[in-house]
Design a protein around this ligand. Structure first.
Ligand code: DAH
Length: 353
């Protein structure tokens, strides 16, 4: 056996091993076994130095051929295996773009927020600005400056949530705490008139709180929108025209508006406002209790006593105010039978709006 025969035998062995390797790792082992520092082909090539001068040219030529053949077999097998590995990875990651998507539940704005947005929009169209007052309020703003006498029934503990007396942690005693949860948005009128000079055209939406047990027509927390206008020459006619515009925008141009005399401490004269029933058109039905009319808000001309509290000259300025319950407006607009539905969070109800 010549050394050339040895080389050819090793070549055949190496090429078979290359063919047999199924992974890049196996292929690397084959490379090391034949061409690594301690590889079998490397060992033969090292032995060439000890050959005689006649043997050397032929052996050198064959050894080069064999090394090149093995290297090129390794290279092409390497490319093959790498390509196969990439193809396998790609097909494992494949996404079936024809599958139908999974729909996520889409939320929506709460019906009360929607109606509130509509109310704000209507009055912004008339040039009103939006003002916000605090939900935790002083007795002074909620009652005193709104012309409530000290013994007014709304001040009673059973109607108003009083916050624990701030001077200590004694339980609240009626008439001793001056911090409360506002029972209406009217105190914002006082804040606005304290900080702005007329002309004033503001809308003040917000949460209000009363010690009521939740039932179809009461909630311990609900939403009001207050309106306040103070300017020179404002009349009751301006108030009525403004409210008619509001009702037509909110409920439709066919609805009629009626003002009934009423009493509020902070307005004089005062009125309650009714809108003609949308179900019977005013002839009387179950929805309106046979009346033909549905009450929607309270209003009146700002009482001069209130102007005195905030330092506005009642000889120079007059104004009107109104306050409405957003839950009630939504109830009348959509025929909601029970106020508690707004706060129960049942999406079967809420998704209708
Ligand atoms: N604050 C009153 C309430 O909660 C509603 C109200 C009536 C507001 C007349 C007003 C008004 O601004 O002028 O019942």
């Amino acid at each position: 056996m010549t050394i050339a025969d040895d080389l050819r035998a090793l070549e055949a062995e190496a090429l078979a091993a290359v063919d047999a390797s199924g992974t890049l790792g196996e292929l690397e082992e084959v490379r090391i076994a034949f061409l690594g520092k301690k590889g079998s082909l490397t060992a033969v090539l090292r032995g060439l130095g000890g050959l005689s001068a006649e043997e050397r040219p032929e052996a050198g030529k064959v050894s080069n051929e064999v090394r090149r053949a093995v290297e090129s077999a390794l290279d092409s097998r390497q490319a093959e295996l790498a390509g196969a590995a990439r193809a396998a990875r790609i097909s494992a990651e494949a996404v079936d773009v024809t599958l139908p998507g999974r729909r996520r539940p889409v939320g929506r704005q709460h019906v009360i927020s929607q109606i509130l947005g509509e109310i704000v929009e209507i009055f912004m169209g008339l040039g009103y600005m939006v003002a916000e007052g605090p939900e935790v309020e002083l007795d002074y703003y909620n009652f005193t400056a709104l012309n409530h006498p000290p013994d007014h029934p709304a001040r009673a503990l059973q109607d108003t949530f009083y916050v624990r007396d701030l001077s200590g942690d004694r339980a609240v005693v009626e008439g001793e705490s001056d911090v409360l949860l506002r029972t209406h948005t009217s105190p914002t009128q006082v804040h606005v008139m304290e900080s702005q000079k007329p002309p004033i055209y503001v809308l003040a939406p917000g949460k209000v709180f009363r010690r009521d047990v939740a039932d179809p027509s009461h909630l311990p927390q609900f939403t009001q929108v207050e309106g306040l206008v103070v300017d020179e020459g404002i009349t009751f006619g301006d108030l009525k025209g403004t409210l008619e515009h509001f009702v037509h925008q909110m409920f439709g141009p066919e609805r009629r508006v009626r003002l009934r005399p009423h009493f509020f401490p902070f307005t004089e004269p005062s009125a309650e406002v009714d809108v003609s029933c949308g179900i019977c058109g005013g002839s009387g039905c179950r929805t309106c209790g046979g009346e033909g009319w549905l009450e929607i808000l309270g209003c009146g001309m700002v009482d001069p006593n209130v102007f005195d509290f905030v330092g506005i000259d009642p000889e120079k300025y007059t104004g009107f105010a109104f306050g409405m319950g957003v839950e009630r407006i939504a109830m009348l607009k959509y025929g909601v039978p029970d106020l508690r539905l707004y706060v129960e969070g049942d999406t079967r109800f809420l998704h209708q709006f």
